[in-house]
Write a protein that binds this ligand. Structure first.
Ligand SMILES: Nc1ncnc2c1ncn2[C@@H]1O[C@H](COP(=O)(O)OP(=O)(O)OP(=O)(O)O)[C@@H](O)[C@H]1O
Ligand SMILES: [Mg+2]
Length: 256
């Protein structure tokens, strides 16, 4: 057995008097799409912000490939191979696709001490990534402001791939998308996993989740209340785990 790409052990997060997360144990494996489900306020975003280095946990431990890590910032998480695509995407509208993919880590060469961008090389690399993702974007020089929501998601995914991410976390990537674009983003998600990436997907859309996820984890009131393989569950069960109507959750909540 190889270690999971990322393991969370006993993760808790308190914001003052509020306990947003407690005792979360979770393994995230390479090559799998893991869906994180739960009602509003269940702690999903807080949990992924800890994985992304955006929040420090109050207690508990994270291990990457079996070794304990401590993330002081998103940069630390990125250097461990963790890329997070937040819902707001954080792309720059007026920059081109290629510029967004390389933002902050542009390829440069120096001529007589003056730095020049290696535009051709960056463009080529972005072209290859877009083709590999089958993203149907013909011109990497186009400004991101001219793209649809689904195409922007594709650019954000390219950016993660360009960072050589081993874990890509997506918080509600399809919430604002139309049907066709949602399909595209879901298939990009699968392609990432097939490429050997671990993928964590937060979604409120149960049918999307059943389409792409290999495994599902349900959070409720800051706790992980269930974990299921897609093959062993169905949408009705997942909904009852989220709402707390499921007997397992009721039993768990009686003892707490
Ligand atoms: N920075 C913060 N300061 C104080 N409380 C916070 C902060 N971030 C989150 N919380 C609280 O932690 C709890 C969990 O919030 P979180 O955003 O993780 O939920 P979520 O599962 O992502 O919900 P949603 O589905 O609505 O996005 C909520 O009660 C929220 O108000
Ligand atoms: Mg959230």
């Amino acid at each position: 057995m190889t270690a999971p790409f990322l393991a969370a052990r006993g993760i808790a997060k308190r914001f003052g008097a509020l306990t947003a997360l407690s005792g979360v144990d979770l393994d995230i494996n390479a090559g799998e799409v893991l869906a994180l489900l739960g009602d509003n306020g269940a702690g999903k975003s807080t949990f992924i912000k800890i994985l992304a280095g955006a929040h420090a946990q109050s207690s508990g431990e994270l291990l990457v490939e079996g070794a304990p890590v401590s993330f002081a910032s998103p940069k630390d998480a990125a250097s461990s191979g963790i890329a997070t695509i937040f819902q707001e995407l954080a792309l720059s509208e007026n920059l081109s696709i290629a510029e967004n993919v390389f933002l902050g880590r542009e390829l440069k060469r120096s001529v007589l001490g003056i730095p020049f961008l290696k535009r051709g090389e960056m463009r080529k690399r972005v072209d290859a990534l877009l083709t590999e993702l089958d993203a149907h974007i013909s011109d990497p020089e186009a400004p991101v402001g001219s793209l649809s929501g689904g195409q922007r998601q594709a650019v954000a995914i390219c950016r993660a791939l360009n960072l050589n991410a081993k874990l890509v976390i997506m918080d509600e990537p399809t919430a604002a998308l139309a049907v066709a674009e949602t399909r595209k983003v879901l298939s990009l998600t699968r392609r990432l996993a097939e490429r050997g990436c671990a993928v964590v997907l937060i979604s409120h859309n149960i049918s999307d989740v059943f389409e792409v996820a290999d495994r599902m984890v349900v959070f409720r009131r800051g706790r992980k209340v269930a974990e299921r393989l897609r093959a062993d569950t169905n949408p009705e069960e997942i909904v009852s785990l989220i709402t707390g109507a499921h007997p397992d959750v009721r039993a768990l909540e009686r003892t707490n």
